[in-house]
Ligand binder design. Structure first.
Ligand code: GAP
Length: 513
C-alpha cells in the first residue's frame, strides 16, 4: 500500500499537472496557503457548488439562497464575538523560528498515540484471524486501555487550559510531553500567545477618516444580519432556512495541508431558523440529511464519521463535525451546530434593532433559534478529488491514472475524438460537438494517438469518450468508451445525448439523498 505522504504528494502534483489547482502567484514564488483553481478545477468546484445549492435551495421549498457582501459593518464582528474570541493559541520555536498552533502540537501528539493503538489492533486482528473480536480487544487489552487513558487525560487538560485561557499551562503541557518541532527536533519554545485570525483592512480614501474593517472569517454573519430582510420579503414562516456560498478569510497560523487549511477559502453555509425548544430535533435531522448528502457522492460509507463535540462553544447547545478520511487521516469536513439564539440576540443588542419573529401558532414574539450546517467547499473538493484519484494496473500489465469523479461533478462530461485528422472525420466529430455543447461541457480533440487521448481524459475524470471513425460516416454510429470500465460500445449518434444525460444529470445524484 502506498504511504499516506506519497498519496498526498500525488494528489497535489496531479491537481497541478492537469489544470485543477495551481499555487497562487506562482511566477512570484507563490503565496503561502493561497491557491488558484485552474480550468478543470473551476469546473469541478462549480459543479460541487451546484450540487450543494440544488440540494439546499431547489429541493427544499423553505430554504432560500442569498449572496451577501464580504465587507460588513465592523460592529458585526464585535457582536458575533470574533473580535474578542476568534483566536488560536500560537507558539514559536526559538531555534527554527517556525510558528505552530500550540493546541495542534498537542493534538498531533495524541494522534500519534492513536496510531499506536491502531497498529496494536491491526496486529491482533492478523493474529486472531476470523475469531478476532475488535470491541472486546479494545475494552480489555491493557496497552490499548493505557493509550486511551493517556490520550483522554492530555486532551481534557488541554481543553480545560484553553477554556480558562491558562496559556502557561498549555506551554507546560508541551514541555511535559517533550513535544519537539516536528522538522528540527528542537524543544526550545516561546510562551504561548493568543492570535486573532481575522484579516484587517481599511475603508475610505484618506488615512485619518478610514474605517477599520475585517475580511469576513465566516459567511454565516451575512445571513444573520439579513434575517429580517429575507423573512419579510420571502414571507416564510419558521422553520425556514437561508443558504449562502461565499469566500471567507482566516489568517491561519498553520496552513500546510494544501487546500485543507487555506487563508482564503469558500464556505457553503445554511442557517435554519426554528422556534426555541425545537432546535435539538432539527439538529438531529440536519445531521442525518447532511451525511446522506455526502454519502450520495459514493466515496464510501467508511470514509465518513461523526465527531460529537464534548466541549461546546459558549453559544452552542449541541455540535458535531462530519469527518472525512483524507489522505492524512480523518479530519473535519463539515460542522453542524445548534447555535441557540446567540447570534441574533447579539445583533439585537449591538444594533438596537428588534430581530424577532411573531409566531402565529404560539401567539408570541421571540428571537429564533438557529441550526447551522457549514461545509468548506475547498475541503470538499479535496475529499472528492483525493478519493477519486486512482492508479490502476490493467489486464495487459500497463498502468493508467484515472480520476473516477462522480459523473455529475466531472469538469468535462464527454470528449469527442475523431480517430484520424482527415477523410471528413473531424467535420463529423465537430457536428457532434456543436450539438452536445448546448447541454454539456464537452471537449474536442484530434491530436495524438487515440490511446493517449483516452488517458488524458481518464486523468481529468471525463466519464465518456466518443470516437468517430470511418464507419461513422456510413452508418451514423460512434464508439462510446466508459471511463470506469474502459468498455466500448457502438451506439447511434442520436442516442448520445440520452446516454450522457442519464449518468451526468444532477437528478441521479440528488435523488439518492
Ligand atoms: N459558521 C461556522 C463556521 O465557520 P467552522 O467550523 O470554523 O465553522 C466551517 O468552519 C467549515 O469551513 C469547516 O468545517 C471547514 O470545512 C471549512 N473551513 C474552516 N476553516 C478553513 C480553512 N482555513 N481552509 C479551508 N476550509 C476551512
Amino acid at each position: 500500500m502506498a504511504k499516506q505522504e506519497d498519496v498526498f504528494k500525488k494528489v497535489v502534483s496531479h491537481a497541478k499537472e492537469y489544470g485543477f489547482i495551481f499555487p497562487s502567484s506562482e511566477i512570484y514564488d507563490g503565496l503561502s496557503a493561497i491557491y488558484d483553481y485552474g480550468q478543470n478545477g473551476a469546473e469541478l468546484k462549480n459543479n460541487i457548488k451546484q450540487y450543494w445549492w440544488k440540494a439546499m435551495v431547489q429541493l427544499n421549498e423553505n430554504i432560500v439562497g442569498i449572496d451577501s457582501a464580504i465587507f460588513m459593518h465592523p460592529t458585526i464582528w464585535k457582536a458575533s464575538g470574533h473580535v474578542d474570541a476568534f483566536n488560536d493559541p500560537l507558539i514559536d520555536n526559538k531555534d527554527s523560528k517556525k510558528r505552530f498552533r500550540a493546541d495542534v502540537l498537542v493534538e498531533d501528539y495524541c494522534a500519534k498515540i492513536e496510531d499506536k493503538e491502531n497498529k496494536e489492533i491491526e496486529k491482533a486482528a492478523k493474529r486472531f484471524g476470523d475469531a478476532f473480536d475488535k470491541a472486546q480487544f479494545e475494552a480489555t487489552n491493557p496497552k490499548i486501555i493505557e493509550y486511551r487513558e493517556k490520550r483522554a487525560a492530555i486532551l481534557s487538560r488541554l481543553a480545560k487550559s484553553l477554556e480558562k485561557e491558562d496559556l502557561a499551562d498549555v506551554k507546560a503541557l508541551i514541555e511535559e510531553l517533550e513535544i519537539a518541532d516536528p522538522d528540527t527536533g528542537s524543544k526550545n519554545w516561546t510562551e504561548v500567545r493568543q492570535f486573532n485570525l481575522m484579516f484587517g483592512t481599511k475603508l475610505g480614501a484618506s488615512a485619518d477618516s478610514a474605517t477599520d474593517l475585517y475580511l469576513r472569517p465566516e459567511t454565516a454573519q451575512g445571513i444573520f444580519v439579513n434575517y429580517l430582510n429575507v423573512q419579510k420579503t420571502s414571507r416564510h414562516k419558521l422553520p425556514f432556512g437561508i443558504a449562502q456560498i461565499g469566500k471567507a478569510f482566516r489568517n491561519e497560523i498553520v496552513a500546510r495541508q494544501f487546500i485543507f487549511r487555506m487563508r482564503e477559502f469558500e464556505q457553503m453555509e445554511m442557517q435554519y431558523f426554528v422556534p426555541p425548544g425545537t432546535e435539538l430535533e432539527f439538529y438531529e435531522q440536519w445531521k442525518k440529511t447532511r451525511l446522506n448528502w455526502h454519502l450520495a457522492l459514493g466515496l464510501g460509507e467508511d470514509n465518513y464519521r461523526f465527531h460529537d463535540h464534548e466541549k461546546l462553544a459558549h453559544y452552542a447547545n449541541a455540535a458535531a463535525d462530519i469527518e472525512f478520511n483524507f489522505p492524512f487521516g480523518f479530519k473535519e469536513l463539515e460542522g453542524i451546530h445548534s447555535r441557540t439564539d446567540f447570534d441574533l440576540s447579539a445583533h439585537e443588542k449591538f444594533s438596537g434593532r428588534k430581530i424577532q419573529y411573531f409566531d402565529p401558532e404560539r401567539n408570541e414574539n421571540y428571537v429564533p433559534y438557529v441550526v447551522e450546517t457549514s461545509v468548506g467547499l475547498d475541503r470538499l473538493f479535496l475529499a472528492i478529488f483525493s478519493n477519486s484519484l486512482k492508479d490502476e494496473v490493467l489486464e495487459d500489465g500497463s498502468e493508467r491514472t484515472v480520476l473516477s469523479l462522480p459523473p455529475a461533478l466531472a469538469p468535462v462530461k464527454a470528449a469527442i475524438l475523431p480517430l484520424v485528422k482527415k477523410d471528413g472525420l473531424p467535420e463529423f466529430a465537430d457536428k457532434i460537438f456543436n450539438d452536445l455543447k448546448f447541454d454539456f461541457n464537452v471537449f474536442y480533440e484530434e491530436k495524438d494517438a487515440i490511446g493517449k487521448r483516452y488517458r488524458r481524459q481518464d486523468a481529468i475524470g471525463t466519464p465518456f469518450c466518443i470516437t468517430v471513425d470511418h464507419d461513422s460516416l456510413n452508418d451514423n454510429t460512434v464508439t462510446i468508451r466508459y471511463r470506469d470500465t474502459m468498455q466500448q460500445e457502438r451506439v447511434p449518434v442520436s442516442q448520445l445525448r440520452r446516454i450522457i444525460d442519464e449518468k451526468v444529470n444532477f437528478r441521479t445524484l440528488l435523488s439518492k439523498i
